[in-house]
Ligand binder design. Structure first.
Ligand code: NAI
Ligand code: OAA
Length: 337
């Protein structure tokens, strides 16, 4: 039975994500933090007759650090959807200037109040915000790379849905679990349709259809940003995806079932398979890959998948690596300056 803290709980993602978490029988306490509106969200959720208790934490002023520290106290799992979303015409990197400082200050709170927690970073640009959290925790001497997750699950969710839409009579979205690797923005997102559950169906597509499908996964976020027309980006599908990763982590804590998920992680030697992965991705320090989850977080990186990909996917990877290197460096230098 665990305590989960959601930072940014009153937002577009935070609210439906908190609703899903409120329904999870493994969660004993749900701690909701935001800089606005969070008491209302908490009061509303608290009437649901599931067993998790709900508490809310709203800072009394910009200087008030106590609300965050209290929200995080004793948390086993911290999920961060705090920050600003995109508007049409913006890239995720355009969010860096605002979101980087928000993420850094939240990571400082985690370092102080819940240094042993699993940390799931949703806030964009993920390719840079994850290194910011890592460097901030390092500075405070409490960094455990096995417990830091950049949430890329929405890319997997989209990849499953979009291929199923091409084969409406032969398949359904739940048939698939596509590995999507790399990062979480545009061309850094690399869906590996040629391996695993989608291999045979993918091969049947024309070159044009393959290109369109991959592009749709890479730029799926833009579809939602454009449809919302200035009112933000994906929130409901993101809440579902963030919940899926949180649920998988909780499952690996409470059962002996093997659980594998893709996540954007820090490729450090202490994690089994990470050194092999790092060599295969041109020395990048962070990359999204399938990982085996266990009681202590990421137990093993399933790097072997990188040796099975098609020549076309290798080309996509080259483009992704170049962009990722810049995004990662931007996050690291912000946090270490
Ligand atoms: N990783 C992924 O796949 C995805 C990431 N995102 C990202 O998630 C983030 C949140 O998106 P939305 O929920 O749509 O935005 P939103 O604006 O609806 O909600 C963000 C919430 O964060 C809160 N917030 C701002 N500063 C804060 C602070 N210092 N501490 C705590 N809370 C704070 C705001 O008050 C607001 O309630 C964005 O950066 C967005 O780009 C969105 C979709 C997918
Ligand atoms: O597109 C955005 O800005 C939000 C996001 O990360 C996504 O939907 O994948």
């Amino acid at each position: 039975m665990v305590k989960v803290a959601v930072l940014g709980a009153a937002g577009g993602i935070g609210q439906p994500l908190s609703l899903l978490l409120k329904l999870n029988a493994n969660i004993k306490e749900l701690s909701l933090f935001d800089v606005v509106n969070v008491p209302g969200v908490g009061a509303d959720l608290s009437h649901i007759n599931s067993d998790a208790t709900t508490e809310t934490h709203l800072p009394s002023s910009k200087e008030d650090k106590t609300a965050l520290l209290t929200a995080l106290k004793g948390a086993n799992l911290v999920i961060i959807p705090a920050g600003v979303p995109r508007k049409p015409g913006m890239t995720r990197d355009d969010l860096f200037n605002i979101n980087a400082s928000i993420i850094k200050s939240l990571a400082e709170g985690i370092a102080q109040s819940s240094p042993d927690a699993f940390v799931l970073v949703i806030s964009n640009p993920v390719n840079s915000t994850v290194p910011i959290v890592a460097e901030t925790l390092k500075k405070h001497g409490v960094y455990n790379p096995s417990k830091l997750f950049g949430v890329t699950t929405l890319d997997i969710v989209r990849a499953n849905t979009f291929i199923a839409q091409l084969y409406p009579t032969d398949s359904k979205p739940t048939d698939f679990n596509v590995n999507v690797i790399g990062g979480h923005s545009g061309e850094t997102i690399v869906p590996l349709y040629s391996v695993g559950s989608t291999g045979k169906l993918y091969e049947k597509l024309s070159e044009e259809q393959k290109k369109t499908l991959i592009n749709r996964v890479q730029f799926g976020g833009d579809e939602v940003v454009q449809a919302k027309n200035g009112a933000g980006s994906a929130t409901l599908s993101m809440a579902y995806a963030g919940y899926r990763l949180a649920e998988s982590i909780l499952k690996s804590l409470t059962s002996s079932e093997e659980v594998v998920e893709c996540t954007f992680l820090n490729l450090v030697p202490e994690i089994k398979g990470a050194e092999e992965a790092k060599k295969l991705v041109g020395g990048l320090d962070y990359f999204s890959l399938p990982v085996k989850l266990g009681k202590n977080g990421i137990e093993e990186v399933k790097y072997e998948i990188l040796t099975k990909i098609s020549d076309d996917e290798k080309k996509l990877l080259e483009v992704a690596k170049e962009q990722l290197a810049k995004n990662i460096e931007k996050g690291v230098s912000f946090a270490t300056q």
